[in-house]
Design a protein around this ligand. Structure first.
Ligand code: IPM
Ligand code: MG
Length: 356
C-alpha cells in the first residue's frame, strides 16, 4: 500500500490536485497491484487564517510517515508571498532535505509551441534545479525599517557538499538519457565566488562521468539558446533561482505553464519526495473550474516513477499524450474549451479504456 500525503494548498492547487487524485484512483483501479491510500492535509492559507501558521509545527515530522507527497500550490492574495512560501512548500523541501528539483520539459503531441518550426524532438529537456540552498537559503536580514537607511540582505549560500550532490544527481540524469549531454548554467562572470565554485566542482565531477558530454552557459545567454536553438539542449543543471527562472521560460516554450511538472526529490531516499505542478495558485482563475490539471497528472507520473511503479507511470504518461494528441478535451490555456472536470473525465475514460 502506497501512502500518499495530499496537500492541495491554495488557489487552483486544490482544483488540479483533486483532479489528479481522481485520475490516480482510476489508474489504481485498472492496474493490478497499485494500491494507494490518500491522506489529505488542509494546510495552506485558509489554515493560516485560522491558526496563524501555514502548517502545524509537527507537520514535517508527520510527512515522514508517507511514501510520497502530492502538492498543489501555496499562495493567496491576502497573505504575503514570502509567508505562504516559507511556511509550507519551502518548509517541507528544506525540512525533508529534498535537495534535487527535477523538471522535465517536453513539447507534448498536439500541443503548439510559441517557437516557430519546432516539433516534439526539438524540445525534450530535463532541468535540474538545486533545491536546498543558493539564493533560496533563507539567510539574511532586515534592519532599520522605517528609516531612510532601511537595509535588507539576502545571502546566497553555496556549500561544496550542496553543489556537489546536485551536480552528481544531474550527471546521473544526463547519463540515463539517450543524448548524455549536460549543460552547466551559472553566472560565474559576475558572481565571482559561489558560481566559480560551481564551475570548479563541475570540472572535478565530470572526471567521473566521461561518457557524459558537457558544456557551460551563462544564464543570460542560456535564455537565448533556449529560444533560438532549443534542440541543442538536453539536460541542464543550475542554481535555485537561475533554474526557477529558466523553467518558467521552458514551460512557456513547451506550450503552457499549465503542463509543467516538478519533483522535489531526496535522491538519498531518507525521506519522501514531493511532486507538484509548477504553475502556482493562479488567483486570477481560481474557483472558475478552468485550471489545467495536466501539470498535476505529469507530476503524478513522476511520483509513480519515484515509487518504482514504472509500468503505471508509463500508462499515465501515455494517457496524457493521448489526451493532448486527441485535441478534443483541452483546457483553455492550451486553446481548448474544456473545464477541469471535463479534462478529468476524459483522462479517466482514456485510462479505463472507454472510447469517446
Ligand atoms: C516554482 C515557483 C516557486 C519558486 C514559487 C511559487 C515560490 O515559482 O516552483 O518554480 O520560486 O520556487
Ligand atoms: Mg518558478
Amino acid at each position: 500500500m502506497y501512502k500518499i500525503a495530499v496537500i492541495p494548498g491554495d488557489g487552483i492547487g486544490t482544483e488540479v490536485i483533486n483532479s489528479g487524485v481522481e485520475v490516480l484512483k482510476a489508474l489504481s483501479k485498472v492496474e493490478t497491484n497499485l494500491p494507494i491510500e490518500f491522506t489529505e492535509f488542509d494546510w495552506g492559507s485558509d489554515y493560516y487564517r485560522k491558526h496563524g501558521i501555514m502548517m502545524p509545527e509537527e507537520g514535517v515530522e508527520e510527512l515522514k510517515n508517507f511514501n510520497s507527497i502530492y502538492f498543489g500550490s501555496a499562495g493567496d492574495p491576502e497573505v504575503p508571498d514570502h509567508i505562504t512560501l516559507w511556511g509550507l512548500r519551502l518548509k517541507i523541501c528544506q525540512g525533508l532535505d529534498q535537495y534535487a528539483n527535477l523538471r522535465p520539459v517536453r513539447l507534448l503531441p498536439g500541443i503548439g509551441s510559441p517557437l516557430k518550426d519546432v516539433d516534439e524532438t526539438d524540445i525534450d529537456w530535463a532541468f535540474i534545479r538545486e533545491n536546498s540552498e543558493g539564493e533560496y537559503s533563507g539567510i539574511g536580514g532586515r534592519s532599520h525599517k522605517g528609516y531612510s537607511h532601511d537595509t535588507a540582505m539576502d545571502i546566497t549560500l553555496f556549500t561544496k557538499q550542496g553543489v556537489e550532490r546536485i551536480q552528481r544527481f544531474a550527471f546521473e540524469i544526463a547519463r540515463s538519457r539517450p543524448r548524455k549531454l549536460l549543460t552547466l548554467v551559472t553566472k560565474s562572470n559576475a558572481q565571482r565566488h559561489g558560481m566559480v565554485m560551481w564551475d570548479e566542482i563541475f570540472e572535478e565531477i565530470s572526471e567521473d562521468y566521461k561518457d557524459v558530454t558537457t558544456d557551460k552557459m551563462l544564464v543570460d545567454a542560456m535564455t537565448t539558446r533556449m529560444v533560438l536553438d532549443p534542440k541543442s539542449i538536453d539536460t541542464v543543471v543550475a542554481s535555485n533561482l537561475h533554474a526557477d527562472i529558466l523553467t518558467d521560460l521552458a514551460a512557456a516554450l513547451s506550450g503552457s505553464m499549465g503542463i509543467a511538472p516538478t519533483a522535489n526529490l531526496d535522491p538519498d531516499r531518507r525521506h519522501p519526495s514531493m511532486f507538484e505542478p509548477i504553475h502556482g495558485s493562479a488567483f486570477d482563475i481560481m474557483g472558475k473550474g478552468i485550471a489545467n490539471p495536466i501539470g498535476s497528472y505529469w507530476s503524478a507520473v513522476m511520483m509513480l516513477e519515484n515509487l518504482g511503479e514504472l509500468k503505471a507511470a508509463q500508462k499515465l504518461m501515455s494517457a496524457i499524450e493521448k489526451l493532448t494528441s486527441d485535441n478534443k478535451f483541452l483546457p483553455r490555456d492550451l486553446g481548448g474549451q474544456s473545464s477541469t472536470k471535463q479534462v478529468t473525465k476524459a483522462m479517466i475514460d482514456i485510462i479505463s479504456g472507454k472510447n469517446h
